[in-house]
Design a protein around this ligand. Structure first.
Ligand SMILES: [Zn+2]
Length: 139
C-alpha cells in the first residue's frame, strides 16, 4: 500500500483513512463503534493523552471527546497532551472553553466549519483583554 511518507504514525486500517490508530482493532477514533469509542475515550481521559493525528473529526465526535474528558476546576473540559496534527474538523470545531494543560498540536489541521473556542462574551474581538489587565497602549 502506498502511503504518504509524511505520516509518521500507524494509520487506521480503514481504506483511505489517515487517522492514527487508537484501538487494538487498528481503527482511528472516527471509525470505532460506539462501545469501542467509549472504552477508548475512557482510556484517553485516564492517560491524559489524546492522539487524533490525521483523524476526521465531526462535531459529534468532538462533542463526545469533550464529554469524556476530565474537568478543569472551572468545569471546562480539560485536555492533557492533545495531538490534532493533520486532523480534519469536518464540522464546527468548538472547544467550549477547553483547557489545554499539556502540549497541544494543531499543525496542518484543517477546519472545514467554524473554528475556535468560545470567546467568553467579549464582543470587542481582538481588543478584548482579560479582566484586570489594562488594554495595551498604542504608540
Ligand atoms: Zn479511520
Amino acid at each position: 500500500m502506498a502511503s504518504a511518507p509524511s505520516l509518521d504514525w500507524e494509520q487506521c486500517t480503514v481504506e483511505g483513512c489517515e487517522g492514527s490508530r487508537s484501538h487494538e482493532n487498528g481503527k482511528c477514533l472516527a471509525h470505532l463503534g460506539p462501545a469501542e469509542l467509549g472504552t477508548t475515550l475512557e482510556r484517553i481521559a485516564r492517560e491524559d493523552h489524546l492522539d487524533a493525528r490525521g483523524v476526521e473529526i465531526s462535531s459529534e465526535l468532538l462533542g463526545q471527546i469533550l464529554a469524556a474528558l476530565p474537568r478543569a476546576p472551572e468545569g471546562s473540559p480539560r485536555f492533557g497532551k492533545a495531538e490534532f496534527r493533520a486532523a480534519t474538523f469536518t464540522g464546527d470545531a468548538v472547544f467550549d472553553g477547553s483547557v489545554f494543560a499539556g502540549d497541544a498540536s494543531f499543525l496542518r489541521a484543517t477546519f472545514q466549519g467554524k473554528a475556535g473556542g468560545r470567546n467568553d462574551g467579549c464582543a470587542a474581538g481582538p481588543r478584548c483583554s482579560p479582566r484586570g489587565l489594562r488594554p495595551q497602549s498604542r504608540p
